[in-house]
Ligand binder design. Structure first.
Ligand SMILES: Cc1cc2nc3c(=O)[nH]c(=O)nc-3n(C[C@H](O)[C@H](O)[C@H](O)COP(=O)(O)O)c2cc1C
Length: 378
């Protein structure tokens, strides 16, 4: 597949990680003025939608790990954020191993009705064995987790759009299930959007076949192109589906590059070494069971893991101008959405909206004037 899209017609979108677990987005003892409470998050969501963010992503975590000692549940927290906002779309992360697709489809359909069509899900296949064993659930091997997720997404889609959903799968069963009410539909939105986390070969294949959106951990430009090409090749083999691409990045913007780099240095210097190492060994163990060892985090080093989704590797550290240039460079590689994490959310989101986003839009307008195209595949 090699379709190309006009840079000006489809501007890059922005999402932020909802800080719904304690400890912030970096595993570090550096001061973080981010709070995981609902009050803080309600203010943040309103600020974010007024600062140009289209999406917020709630994390799912059931038990402490890498220092996230307290965790608010993702679907209920997401619904609360939808109620607090007017335009923001809120994506709730969910584990197929812990939900029945019909029950989740029902929950999201209700949230979607209440919010006027702004609910979405992020299907995460799981890396944290303890979470499953503590809940008394079986921990499947890596590629089986993806086989289950794929079945889950197929059923979700079917339940949201069909009046007689019927399935006998390896993981779930449905008999003439008619969900009423269905979620809100629009021409370009047949059902709530389905995102996925996971970057292994199994994850890429699932994205090509099933998901609306593929989320990547932090990566440099070539690391992103490689994933986009592979996901798109799989999508081309499955009816030329369009899969959109979201990239994680931890953003540190200051008026000078030296100040921004100093913040990054301090985050890493003050890392909670024990928590980072514990997290690193848990995720590497989880990924090692992939057939080819290509799971997320397999090549992550200590400094990368301090932001637990490799967010520093995206290189969004510097002045507003440098960061805007870098974001548009990713857009040229086919990235549709940047998922951002911050140190001091309320301050940093405001700064992003005021200082960085206008520069991004200017660069996009220049590119559009030159008739520049985004390449979707090599
Ligand atoms: C953007 C993004 C968000 C994620 N959010 C969560 C989450 O909230 N909870 C969770 O347990 N895993 C989350 N994951 C992890 C994935 O579900 C998956 O376990 C991990 O990516 C390893 O997959 P892989 O071995 O296929 O690469 C997320 C992954 C990405 C890329």
């Amino acid at each position: 597949m090699s379709d190309e899209v006009d840079v000006g017609r489809e501007p890059i979108r922005f999402a932020y990680w909802v800080p719904n677990v304690s400890g912030g987005l970096v595993v570090s003892r550096i001061e973080q003025r981010t709070d995981w409470s609902y009050d803080y998050n309600r203010r943040l969501a309103v600020l974010a939608e007024n600062s140009g963010f289209d999406y917020a992503l709630s994390q799912v975590r059931y038990t402490a790990s890498y220092g996230a000692a307290y965790q608010h549940e993702s679907t209920s927290f997401s619904l609360a954020l939808l109620l607090a906002t007017e335009r923001l779309k809120v994506i709730a992360a969910i584990h197929p191993g812990l939900w029945h697709p019909g029950v989740l489809a029902k929950f999201i359909a209700t949230a979607d009705q209440i919010s006027g069509g702004r609910a979405a899900v992020n299907v995460v296949s799981g890396w944290f064995k303890d979470e499953f064993t503590k809940l008394g659930e079986a921990w499947l091997e890596h590629d089986e987790r993806y086989r289950r997720s794929e079945e889950f997404i197929r059923y979700l889609r079917e339940i949201w759009t069909d009046d007689h959903a019927e399935f006998r799968g390896d993981f779930y069963r449905l008999h003439d299930f008619d969900l009423k009410p269905k979620p809100v539909t629009a021409l370009d939105r047949p059902h709530p959007e389905i995102f996925q986390g996971g970057n292994s070969t199994a994850a890429r294949a699932m994205a090509g076949r099933m998901s609306d959106w593929y989320f990547s951990n932090g990566r440099d430009l070539d690391g992103v192109s490689e994933q986009i090409a592979e996901v798109n090749a799989e999508a081309a083999r499955h009816g030329g589906r369009r899969v959109r691409f979201g990239l994680n990045g931890f953003l540190i913007a200051r008026d000078t590059e030296a100040e921004a780099r100093e913040v990054l240095r301090e985050i890493i210097a003050k890392a909670d070494r024990e928590a980072v190492e514990g997290f690193g060994s848990a995720v590497k163990q989880a990924g090692r069971s992939t057939s080819d060892g290509k799971g997320m985090w397999q090549d992550s080093e200590f400094a990368d893991l301090v932001q637990y989704n490799d967010g520093f590797r995206t290189g969004l550290v510097g002045t507003p101008e440098q960061i805007a240039e870098r974001i548009v460079a990713y857009r040229r590689r086919g990235v549709d959405l940047i998922l951002l994490g911050f140190l001091h959310y309320l301050e940093d989101v405001e700064y992003f909206g005021r200082r960085i986003l206008p520069l991004v839009r200017e660069l996009e307008a220049d590119a559009a004037e030159r008739g520049e195209l985004v390449r979707r595949a090599s």
